[in-house]
Ligand binder design. Structure first.
Ligand SMILES: Cc1cc2nc3c(=O)[nH]c(=O)nc-3n(C[C@H](O)[C@H](O)[C@H](O)COP(=O)(O)O)c2cc1C
Length: 230
């Protein structure tokens, strides 16, 4: 595991197996993508998602749940600022000082934000990582904070909702809630990497999961190596 942890960049002499995805060359669509970051372990999934979307000039509306603040503290000993503009700067720094793309952060309490309304058109939403608490609340249609409301809106509007659950093992309740979400039209992309692409770094493993989540929205902006047969 020898890459730069902030950027995932490999040393120069290490041969890359990847090809440039088409959307690194094509202009990103104007509609925003919503990222919901809940209080599950694995904030690195969200950091890498932000990094690649902004590098490809996407517009990102980000909402972190109340518990996500605690996970930042527990996993990385970092305090995530609550103020939306300070939080935008924070995510850009965590993503490797990315200056491109558009990022707007929202408070988990702000249920009057743009993304709380179906009239605000989006590409869809990815909840990454998704805790079992958030999965349960989404399955029940609770909308008790902005993350849950924004996800509920994507479902009611027939837009794409991608859930990246992080828990192990799953209880029967977790599985039933995930099934209910799949039945309602959500795509379930567990944080389970593959190994056939010969990952060498933690970022290789993380990026594979994030890229498969992006695939559900037809977003191809992560240079992973894809299986092309023998
Ligand atoms: C360090 C830490 C790691 C956690 N990891 C997970 C996890 O991987 N999966 C999960 O379902 N909950 C996890 N939790 C518990 C959730 O944070 C907790 O259930 C919380 O209520 C989730 O709220 P939210 O879904 O609104 O973000 C973790 C909590 C902490 C403090």
């Amino acid at each position: 595991m020898t890459s730069n942890p902030a950027t995932g960049d490999r040393p120069e002499n290490q041969e890359s197996q990847v090809t440039t995805p088409p959307s690194l060359r094509a202009p990103a669509p104007a509609r925003p993508l919503i990222l919901g970051v809940s209080g599950a372990s694995g904030l690195i999934y969200a950091v890498r998602a932000v990094r690649f979307l902004l590098l490809s000039d996407y517009t990102v509306e980000l909402v972190a749940s109340k518990s996500a603040y605690m996970v930042w503290q527990a996993e990385l000993n970092i305090r995530m600022p609550a103020d939306p503009s300070a939080q935008e700067e924070f995510w850009r720094q965590q993503a490797g000082d990315v200056t491109t793309g558009k990022l707007r952060c929202h408070s988990w309490q702000d249920v009057g934000a743009n993304i709380a309304s179906g009239s605000f058109r989006t590409l869809g939403m990815i909840v990454i990582p998704a805790s079992m608490s958030t999965v349960a609340k989404l399955a029940a249609g609770l909308s008790s904070d902005l993350l849950e409301r924004a996800a509920d809106v994507q479902l009611k509007e027939g837009r794409k909702l991608v859930i990246v659950p992080r828990e192990t093992p799953f209880s029967l309740i977790h599985l039933r809630n995930l099934t209910a979400l799949a039945e309602a039209g959500a795509r379930i992309v567990p944080a389970i990497p593959a190994w056939y692409h010969h990952p060498k770094t933690v970022e290789d493993l993380v990026d594979f999961v994030v890229a498969r989540a992006f695939d559900q929205l037809d977003i191809d902006c992560i240079p992973i190596s894809r299986w092309e047969g023998y």
